[in-house]
Structure formats: structure tokens, C-alpha cells
Design a protein around this ligand. Structure first.
Ligand code: UD1
Length: 423
């Protein structure tokens, strides 16, 4: 198993361009199934989750060809409605293909998804929406079968805000007969990007970025060229890295309005943040001030920046608190940060953080994607060597991470050869 070796402390300094957003690109790839014609996607991040989604689509007959490092052409003219189980189970977002398959072919057979180990990841709300649109849904041996002769527009009110259910029901409804109203929707920028992509293909969607989406069904969608939204979580990870390593980083080609909750927290923590039209600069100001943060659906503080924020607050001048309101199991990173010297106590869904002056390098294991990013940030701030395993999680969501961190001054390498396991 490959590992990442970080030697610290090194301040991150310089400029970096944001990649395309993983969480926008994955549903957009799935939604390409809906197009009658060629889809050319730009700013596609070269990360393993994108390759997994491509594998799923190719397993269903989609033809995909890279036209450049971040440009991908898709031909979805011939598709089968059963998704390859082994790949589906690798990634929670693979369930995104269900809505487009149902819309386009009146049938979807897809096993219940896997994904990061953040706690239960049910899909009951997705299925509730499919049923409201007129589908029959059964599940046996871990595989969901959804069928409908013709989906018909409906009013779907989600009892809980869900990114996954909002995007799947949106994709399912674009070809349905009549009007669909989705209420209590997630408002994440990635859902806005998906809706914009569907509109660019000829769908009629209104209410993007609000909790109510209205869809007028159309009979078919056409091919399109589309550029994926910049990744706000990746941008936020670099900016938190600047603050906690005592550096100064500008993330270019990003959408500052998508990370306003993070910008507020960084300012409250005493950091200098300059915001332009399409860039954000964070300049570290020591000491980091302690803050209280609660994760929440957008526009609140994103759960996907929770571990990175805790890694930063672990170096604050005093006691901080982070309350996780979305995923009950997002705390496996805490013991790994403790190995680096962080003083953390997890109770129920809260992390109590007593700031320390310095982390010290140690072997650690990334338990999931964003936790892995937090450990890399902590390793760059730590004195000595931090050896990180479990990096296949990090590869799911960060494009060329070591190269880009090196360009900002980090001392970070990937060790491809096995190294002795920690005792
Ligand atoms: C997406 C993101 C993930 C992010 C999360 C919250 C992708 C690929 N993943 O995940 O990175 O952390 O949004 O911003 O975009 N729930 C149910 N029933 C359902 C669906 C969800 O109870 O049918 C619950 C979940 O268990 C969770 C909460 O709702 O507690 C939020 O989940 P959801 O917003 O759906 O997250 P994901 O789409 O899985």
C-alpha cells in the first residue's frame, strides 16, 4: 500500500488553481446518461472517484474518451440499465445513476452504495422521491430495482435536507410528464451546478440555489459542452492549510461565495482573508483564535471541512468546539490527530479541542477522504515526519495533491513501496 510522507513544519506559500468539484462532477457524469448526443465536459478532476463513476458508466455501455487532461467526451447513445455492482459499492455517489436511468429508460437496477465511513448512508429519501414520481421500487439481495412505464411530475417534500436525494430526484424528474416540485431541497452549489448542466441540455428547471426546485418535464435532452464548477472543499482545504502552517495561499479560479461560511470562521479565528471576484487569499496570523463551529447544510459550514477545521483549531490559542450535525460517524480521524499531539475529546457529535502550540510527526492512518486531508495538513504543521497510510481515500477527492502542495513549499512525497506496518 502506498503512503504519503510529510516532513514539517513547512509554511504553505503561493498560488494554486482550484480543480473541478468532485461532488458536482459525479452527478453530472451520471446525468450525461440523459443526453441524446455528445457531452463534452471540461474541468473534470482527475481523481479516483471520477474514474470509478466512469467505470460504472462504461460498464453500462457509455463510451468515454479523454480529450485532454481535464476534458472528457461521453457518448451515451447505448446504455444498459444494470449498474456494475462491484464499482457501485465502492462509492456512495454511484447511486446518482439511478435517477437518470429511471428517467431515460424506465428502469434502474443498482446495488445499495458504499462510500466513506461517516456513519449510515441510507437512500430512503431518494426512493421516496422515485415512488412519488410513479416508480415501483423493490429491493432484494442488496439491489434496488426501480421501474416506471412513464414517470409523472409530482410534489416531493423531503422530510430532511439531503444532497443525494435532491440531485437524484431532480435528475429523475427532468423527463417526467408535467410539473415536479421538489421542496426542502439541499441548496449546495454542486446541486446548482447539476441543475445548470441539465438546463444546458434542454431541461426546464427553476429555483436553483433555493430550497424549492420546479421542473417542467421535457421529452428529451440534447448533448452539450459544459465546464464543471470549481471545488469549494479542495479550495477550503488549501486555505485552512495556509492558516495552520503559518503561510499565505491564494486559491485562484474559485467561487468565493461558495465558501463564505469557511471565510467567516477563518476571520473569526483571527486569520487575514482577502476575497476577490474569483480568488481567495488566506494569510496566517498567529496565534489562531479559538472558535465554536457547527456543521450544517449549505450555506452553513460544510461537514466536508470538519476534520480540516479541527486540525486547524488543534493549534489555536485556547479551547474550541465543533458540533457535527450531518454525519454521526465522522470522528475516526480524531484518534489519529491525537497521535500527532492534538488534544481532542469526542462526545456524542461534538469535538472539544484544547489548542496545543505544536504537533509532532507520527505514523497515522487516514480513515476517510476529508480526514486524510486533515492529517496531511496537520503533518505539514507538525515538527518531524508524518507517515500517512490509507491514502486511497485521499486519492478519491484531491487531484495531484502532493505535486500541488510541493509547489506551495511542502515537503511531501508518495512512497509507492510498502513500508513496515506500524506495531
Ligand atoms: C453529499 C456529499 C458529501 C457531503 C454531504 C453533505 C457527494 C458525492 N457527497 O453526500 O461529500 O458530506 O452531501 O453535504 O456529493 N440521509 C437520509 N436518507 C437519505 C439520504 C440521506 O437519512 O435517503 C441522511 C444521511 O444519512 C445524512 C444526511 O441525510 O445524515 C445528509 O446526507 P446527504 O445530504 O444525502 O449526503 P450525501 O448526498 O450522501
Amino acid at each position: 500500500m502506498a503512503r504519503i510522507l510529510v516532513k514539517g513544519p513547512t509554511p504553505l506559500r503561493g498560488k494554486i488553481k482550484a480543480s473541478g468539484a468532485k461532488n458536482a462532477c459525479l452527478p453530472i457524469l451520471a446525468a450525461s446518461i440523459l443526453a441524446k448526443g455528445r457531452v463534452l465536459l471540461k474541468r473534470v478532476p482527475n481523481i479516483s472517484d471520477v474514474h470509478t463513476m466512469l467505470g460504472i458508466l462504461q460498464g453500462m455501455g457509455v463510451k468515454a474518451e479523454w480529450k485532454g487532461r481535464e476534458e472528457l467526451e461521453l457518448d451515451t447513445s447505448s446504455v444498459i440499465t444494470t449498474a456494475p455492482e462491484e464499482l457501485v459499492r465502492q462509492m456512495n455517489a454511484s447511486f446518482d445513476v439511478a435517477g437518470p436511468l429511471l428517467a431515460c429508460y424506465g428502469e434502474a437496477n443498482i446495488s445499495l452504495p458504499g462510500g466513506c465511513r461517516l456513519g449510515p448512508r441510507p437512500v430512503d429519501l431518494h426512493l421516496m422521491g422515485f415512488k412519488k414520481l410513479g416508480a415501483s421500487v423493490t429491493s432484494e439481495h442488496g439491489v434496488v430495482h426501480a421501474r416506471a412505464k412513464k414517470l409523472v411530475g409530482a410534489r416531493i417534500t423531503f422530510p430532511k435536507v439531503s444532497v443525494g436525494a435532491t440531485k437524484n430526484c431532480l435528475m429523475a424528474s427532468v423527463l417526467a410528464e408535467g410539473t415536479t416540485v421538489l421542496e426542502n431541497c439541499a441548496k449546495e452549489p454542486e446541486i446548482v451546478d447539476l441543475a445548470n448542466f441539465l438546463v444546458a441540455m434542454g431541461a426546464k428547471v427553476s429555483g436553483q440555489g433555493t430550497s424549492k426546485l420546479t421542473v417542467e418535464g421535457v421529452s428529451e435532452l440534447h448533448g452539450v459542452e459544459y465546464s464543471v464548477l470549481p471545488d469549494r472543499i479542495e479550495a477550503g482545504t488549501f486555505l485552512i492549510g495556509a492558516a495552520m502552517t503559518g503561510g499565505e495561499v491564494t486559491v485562484e479560479d474559485c467561487k468565493p461565495e461558495d465558501i463564505s461560511a469557511l471565510i467567516s470562521v477563518l476571520r473569526e479565528a483571527g486569520q487575514q482573508v482577502d476575497v476577490g471576484e474569483d480568488y481567495v487569499t488566506v494569510k496566517a496570523v498567529r496565534p489562531i483564535q479559538p472558535v465554536e463551529v457547527a456543521t450544517a447544510p449549505h450555506p452553513g459550514f460544510p461537514t466536508d471541512m470538519h476534520p480540516q477545521m479541527v486540525a486547524m483549531l488543534g493549534l489555536a490559542d485556547g479551547a474550541s468546539l465543533l458540533n457535527e450535525t450531518i454525519f454521526s460517524g465522522r470522528f475516526m480521524y480524531a484518534m489519529e490527530l491525537v497521535r500527532l499531539g492534538a488534544q481532542l475529546r469526542v462526545s456524542d457529535r461534538q469535538v472539544f479541542i484544547r489548542g496545543v502550540q505544536q504537533y509532532s510527526g507520527a505514523p497515522v492512518d487516514a480513515p476517510d477522504l476529508r480526514a486524510g486531508a486533515a492529517l496531511i495538513l496537520a503533518g505539514m504543521a507538525a515538527e518531524g515526519e508524518t507517515l500517512i497510510s490509507g491514502i486511497h481515500f485521499i486519492d478519491r477527492g484531491y487531484q495531484d495533491l502532493e505535486e500541488r502542495l510541493r509547489s506551495l513549499g511542502a515537503d511531501i512525497v508518495r512512497l509507492e513501496k510498502p513500508v513496515p506496518a506500524r506495531s
